[in-house]
Design a protein around this ligand. Structure first.
Ligand SMILES: [Zn+2]
Length: 126
């Protein structure tokens, strides 16, 4: 093996996810509601599980319930269901006590669009 450092710089275009990415950067949850069956997906599905590709953007309150949690070398993560959504997604947990199972979305500190959840307290209840 010969160690070699490789660095890549590239830009990712959000495409149809532009509204969702902008909401994430602002620390907000924006879901996709299917025009045919009304299923609310967060993370948004381009094509719903019913096969419909039409939908509208739906703001969610940003609060979520933890379903499963894991701790790793890269931090804490959880499978969560956001209030108002019919789907679950994986988020990074930030300063999240083990005994808590409710959280609220937060903007990622590094400026990248990412799903971050902080503990839901009385101060940050929407
Ligand atoms: Zn549908």
């Amino acid at each position: 093996m010969i160690p070699h450092r490789l660095q890549l710089d590239y830009n990712l275009a959000p495409g149809w996810l532009q509204p969702w990415v902008e909401a994430l950067e602002a620390g907000s949850a924006l879901a996709r509601t299917c025009a045919a069956c009304g299923k609310v997906s967060f993370v948004p599905l381009r094509t719903c599980t019913c096969g419909c590709a039409e939908g509208t953007w739906t703001p969610l309150p940003g609060t979520a319930t933890l379903e499963r949690r894991t701790e790793g070398a890269d931090g804490s993560f959880a499978l969560v269901t956001f209030d108002g959504a019919d789907t679950s997604t994986v988020v990074r947990l930030e300063s999240f006590p083990e005994e808590m199972n409710r959280g609220t979305i937060a903007a990622a500190k590094d400026g990248l669009p990412a799903l971050v959840l902080r503990p839901l307290t009385q101060e940050n209840t929407p």
